[in-house]
Design a protein around this ligand. Structure first.
Ligand SMILES: Cc1cc2nc3c(=O)[nH]c(=O)nc-3n(C[C@H](O)[C@H](O)[C@H](O)COP(=O)(O)OP(=O)(O)OC[C@H]3O[C@@H](n4cnc5c(N)ncnc54)[C@H](O)[C@@H]3O)c2cc1C
Length: 292
């Protein structure tokens, strides 16, 4: 954000975009700006959406502004699962590792959890049931930077897989958070006794926070038919509208994928504007300049 400001950008936070404005100019439709939640109109000839492709097309822009085949493709995109999370402040250091990762259940611990257990776990989550083996990962930020907590204290940041909000829950939302904490406590005995605070984050909260319909962690899930060249490109059929982040473009996984997509999108916009690309990267995708 600092670099953006240094380069003359105005950064607005806590301000959602309600609509992307589209107008017919000459023979073609193109984006002409965005309307914020408070009604402010910001004119723009280029809009980059980092929401999901589905939310961008159906909610922010409107499906009528895209060819049917593009809308079909976007509607078929499958999102990833999401997670419940907790930040746990401890009175004393209980964990030596930088991160704990694995699955825990009755008779199953971090060392003997199997691929079969993981398959069963995903089947349960897809049915909206808390799985018998709860997979979680828990980075321990204070083991990298002790200044993140008062002296002698420890911060754990745990998350465990949970269904997105389009899956009907068999087990109530609180049960998923409880199962995550119970699983973690099996690996970190005394966890709750030593806790100064346990801040829990539900799927509902995360969905609102990330602003993507159904709240997937990665809006174009990294399934075999949705990776590499099979991902949506960062450009769209609507002039001036681009996609960046986990929804389109890029390669790899998670935040790395999102960052790669952002660089690819930048290259595409520069090419479309007929401007020179940065030398740091070359997109693997064909860069045919378009008039925007
Ligand atoms: C619980 C959880 C755990 C994860 N763990 C990992 C991990 O360990 N490693 C990893 O690599 N990845 C992880 N991921 C995935 C990673 O966070 C995402 O892949 C990455 O953040 C995607 O980046 P993005 O820029 O596409 O989207 P986001 O990071 O979601 O950013 C999109 C931004 O757009 C904003 N936005 C959305 N709609 C609007 C609107 N209408 N108006 C204005 N702003 C809007 C959102 O508020 C948000 O700030 C995790 C995700 C979650 C949810």
């Amino acid at each position: 954000m600092l670099i953006a400001k240094e380069r003359g950008c105005e950064v607005r936070i806590g301000t959602g975009v309600r609509r992307v404005r589209v107008e017919k100019i000459g023979a073609n439709e193109r984006v002409t700006g965005v309307e914020l939640e408070d009604g402010t109109l910001l004119p723009a000839s280029i809009v980059v959406s980092t929401s999901s492709a589905r939310t961008t097309v159906t909610k922010l822009v409107g499906a009528a502004h895209f060819p049917e085949s593009y809308v079909d493709r976007v509607m078929k995109i499958v999102g990833s699962m999401i997670a419940v999370q907790a930040k746990i402040g401890l009175k004393k250091r209980l964990v030596d590792a930088g991160c704990i990762v694995g699955g825990v259940g009755d008779g199953v611990d971090l060392l003997n959890v199997s691929t079969g257990d993981m398959k069963e776990m995903f089947a349960s989550v897809t049915r909206g049931e808390v799985p018998p083996i709860v997979p979680f990962y828990c980075p321990v930020p204070t083991n990298f930077d002790p200044d993140l907590a008062p002296p002698g204290h420890q911060l754990l940041t745990v998350c465990a897989v949970a269904p997105t909000s389009d899956i009907a829950l068999t087990d109530a939302p609180a049960a998923w958070e409880e199962a995550m904490l119970t699983a973690l406590e099996k690996v970190v005995p005394g966890l709750r006794n030593e806790a100064v605070f346990v801040d829990r984050f539900s799927v509902e909260f995360i969905e609102k926070w990330i602003g993507k319909e159904f709240g997937p962690a990665v809006s174009t899930a990294q399934t075999p038919d949705q990776v590499g060249a099979k991902r949506l490109p960062t450009y769209t059929p609507l002039r001036g509208l681009y996609l960046a982040g986990c929804c389109a473009g890029g390669r790899g996984v998670g935040t790395e994928l999102a960052a790669a997509s952002a660089m690819e999108c930048t290259d595409r916009i520069l090419a479309d504007l007929g401007m020179p690309l940065f030398s740091r990267t070359k997109s693997r995708r064909e860069m045919t300049p378009l008039a925007v």
